[in-house]
Design a protein around this ligand. Structure first.
Ligand SMILES: Nc1ncnc2c1ncn2[C@@H]1O[C@H](COP(=O)(O)OP(=O)(O)O)[C@@H](O)[C@H]1O
Ligand SMILES: CC(C)(COP(=O)(O)O)[C@@H](O)C(=O)O
Length: 309
């Protein structure tokens, strides 16, 4: 018996540094690297609409109360036999996807995404939304998939859209994940820094993940591999932040507003770095407040992605 509606929470994830690894299969594509999962995250509600199959409707789509779609969410839903749209990315016109071949016979679902975090600013919101949609759709439609299978579905959807490489596996784990080997569960490998912390962040705007991942990633990948070696030799939070700062400089990804904030935190005696890939600075403890910024504050998420009542 299907529960017909379900809600999932998925933590945000700020990547401190990463290297990009592409493979033929999306499940084997991913990143190595490390970052922090956050108690600020994404809540996804999925409900079966009750609309009969085959009428072309995919159901309603909302992001923070307004119309909107995220491509990785649509692909994750389609993989679970919910009506999702290959053409639904990037706009508010979810209904336009109804003509996508092979997908009109999925079960129509209403999907509402609510994010504590801005989209496109380096918090892995697209990956979180895809994983939340997979967890909630599996429950609402009684698809009987395991956690690893749902993480793989969301990972493949995110990688396929070019909006992320390692957020989904990190968000599934929670804590401070180290992505030792790239890819979905069963292929990739995770470790973590055993640490709890308050985290502050300020966002100055978006940075297109698709554009960076679609360009030449050789320099950032070399810098990311160096940073990972360093962190694995000394898996502690201050080393994570220091390796992140060096990565941002070496990979030439640092943007001026973030550089200024990171320097200000350093001058005030704190630890900060840039969130990949966004115009966002994050700091441990009260680093940004102490430097005179008015940041958002949360904590490292201890639990990882989960269904909620
Ligand atoms: N208001 C919005 N701003 C930015 N992206 C949006 C918005 N609504 C939907 N999207 C979609 O969400 C995805 C954002 O992906 P990405 O840039 O990787 O962000 P994040 O870092 O939050 O994961 C893109 O696929 C984009 O088309
Ligand atoms: C850095 C990024 C490739 C993208 O992160 P975001 O812009 O937050 O989707 C991430 O997925 C990673 O592999 O570490």
């Amino acid at each position: 018996m299907s529960r017909e509606r379900a809600t999932a929470f998925v933590p945000g994830h700020v990547t401190a540094f990463f290297s990009a690894h592409s493979a033929e299969r999306p499940a084997a594509t991913g990143s190595r690297g490390a970052g922090l999962t956050l108690t600020d995250g994404v809540t996804v509600r999925v409900s079966a609409t009750g609309t009969s199959r085959g009428d072309g409707s995919v159901g309603a789509r909302e992001i923070d109360g307004g119309p909107g779609t995220i491509g990785a969410v649509e692909d994750a839903l389609a993989a679970l036999g919910a009506a999702g749209g290959a053409d639904a990315a990037g706009g508010g016109d979810a209904a336009g996807s109804a003509d996508a071949p092979g997908e009109t016979d999925g079960v129509p679902v209403d999907v509402a995404v609510e994010s504590d975090l801005p989209i496109g600013a380096g918090f892995g919101v697209s990956g979180a939304a895809a994983l939340g949609a997979a967890l909630a759709a599996n429950d609402a439609l009684d698809r009987c998939r395991s956690e690893n299978e749902l993480v793989r579905i969301a990972h493949e959807a995110e990688v396929g859209r070019g909006t992320g490489l390692g957020d989904v596996v990190a968000q599934a784990r929670g804590g401070v994940p180290i992505r030792v080997e790239p890819g979905a569960p069963g292929i990739g490998e995770l470790d973590g820094i055993p640490a709890a912390a308050r985290v502050e962040y300020v966002t100055f705007g978006e940075l297109s993940t698709e554009a960076v991942l679609g360009g030449d990633t050789a320099a950032l990948t070399a810098a990311g591999e160096d940073a990972l070696d360093r962190l694995r030799a000394d898996p502690r939070l201050p080393t994570l932040l220091d390796a992140a700062r060096e990565f941002a400089r070496e990979a030439d990804l640092l943007v001026p507003e973030v550089a200024e904030a990171v320097d200000a935190v350093d001058a005030a005696g704190g630890e900060a770095a840039m969130a990949m890939l966004g115009r966002t600075a994050f700091a441990l403890g009260t680093g940004l407040s102490d430097a005179g910024y008015d940041p958002e504050a949360c904590r490292v998420d201890a639990a990882g992605a989960r269904l909620v009542e």
